[in-house]
Write a protein that binds this ligand. Structure first.
Ligand SMILES: *Cc1c(COP(=O)(O)O)cnc(C)c1O
Length: 395
């Protein structure tokens, strides 16, 4: 599926699906049909025993199985993520698919995204799957069990060592699924460090414009991809035709969007951190203002771990969290901002801020999650400073 392995990822994003282009159009057409004509010649009507193996990128039948927009989307993803990609209706559908495929007895998982725990709860109801914490003792895991590692982790944006968890899993015959939603390709390649599956909520950076839901699972094993396609056909959790077309057009600019947003986020975090830790700030200075409002910043760029610069050599991701001095500040700040919009989710072109208590009852009620988009970083900084100022002035 990946004819362009020697090309740079930004080039692959534009050409890895060229071999699936059925028309002369430069921009991919939108295929909306759910059903496709069988061959005209009666001698070519051969019932397939293995529709997944027999699929060649042209012989579409019914779009719950394969569909042209999604197939091109997956071809680009396979190339960028360096494995065999399968797309799903949502990120959580992708996680569910991985658990259905592996059917582990135990799953070790950190706090992370709250929805992933809902998927585990549903699977537990069906199979008796047992949930263990991420730091469970090595010998509590056995053959075929699973570790789900989210890194960088929601909502903090701090990172874990993929290599360490891959070693922990593999020493016990278990598998490692990395939810790499917060660090798309160009920031992190979990396969380099031993992941068995890479999972993404494509609703975030792959979609990139806050206008589609999508999930992606990638493996290095073709037999797993085949089984995932078969399960997806049975369970029906496919992407819509319109969404996969939007996804394909978004992937064309993935590299440049992620690089810019991550760079801006790094600058913003560094600036805030410097102000927050400045010794004895002058009266009415920005440093003093930051210190009156901000208690703590969480982001991988502030972690001092030897493995981290290897795991994330090109930046630490566009999402970070801030803990304010009071719950009231955290509830009010979003209403004082003009550029950051108060909404959940992340990964779009528009910067977002979220009082996270609204979506996740487990987190510190003083915590706000920021998803840096594509606005100029200094404009975003000034927006935050204006917001901080009106908080302390009680306006
Ligand atoms: C959003 C998100 C999910 C769930 O993705 P959906 O596309 O909303 O189903 C899973 N993991 C992480 C880290 C996320 O941010």
């Amino acid at each position: 599926m990946a004819p362009s392995e020697n090309l740079h990822p930004s080039t692959q994003a534009l050409h890895a699906d060229d071999f699936l282009n059925l028309v002369a159009d430069v921009a991919p057409p939108i295929h909306l049909s759910t059903t496709f004509r069988f061959p005209k010649e009666p001698e070519n009507l051969i019932p397939s025993e293995d529709p997944v193996d027999d699929f060649d990128g042209t012989n579409y039948v019914y779009s719950r199985e394969f569909a042209p927009n999604a197939t091109r989307f997956e071809a680009v993803l396979s190339s960028l993520l360096k494995g065999y990609a399968v797309s799903y209706s949502t990120g959580l559908a992708a996680l569910h698919a991985a658990l259905v495929l592996l059917n582990p007895k135990r799953v070790s998982v950190g706090e992370g995204y709250h929805g992933s725990h809902e998927v585990i709860a549903v699977v537990s109801r069906l199979s008796g799957l047992e949930k263990l914490p991420l730091d469970c003792p090595d010998d509590s895991l056995g053959e075929g069990d699973v570790i789900i590692l989210e890194t960088p982790v929601n909502p903090l944006g701090t990172a874990f060592s993929i290599k360490a968890y891959a070693e922990k899993a593999h020493a016990r015959g278990a598998f490692l699924i990395v939810d790499s939603t917060f660090a798309p390709p160009s920031l992190q390649d979990p396969f380099l460090w031993g992941a068995d599956f890479v999972m993404h909520s494509g609703s975030k950076y792959f979609g990139g414009h806050s206008d589609l839901l999508c999930g992606v699972l990638v493996t290095k094993r073709k037999d797993w991809q085949k089984k995932l396609f078969e399960d997806r056909l049975a369970l029906g959790n496919v992407m819509g035709n319109m969404e996969s077309w939007l996804g394909l057009r978004s992937l064309r600019t993935l590299d440049i969007r992620v690089q810019r947003a991550s760079e801006s986020s790094g600058k913003l975090v560094a600036w805030l951190h410097k102000a927050q830790t400045a010794p004895s700030p002058e009266a009415n200075s920005e440093e003093q203002l930051v210190q009156m409002v901000l208690k703590h910043i969480h982001h991988a760029s502030l972690q001092n771990e030897p493995w981290l610069r290897e795991q994330m050599p090109n930046g630490f991701g566009p999402v970070f969290s801030i803990v304010l001095q009071s719950e009231d500040f955290a509830r009010v700040l979003p209403s004082k901002l003009g550029l950051f919009q108060h909404a959940t989710s992340l990964g779009g072109a528009e910067s977002l801020i979220e009082w996270r208590a609204l979506s996740d009852s487990r987190v510190d009620r003083k915590l706000l999650r920021l998803s840096v988009g594509l606005e100029n970083w200094e404009d975003l900084k000034n927006d935050l400073m204006r917001g901080f100022k009106s908080l302390v002035e009680g306006r």
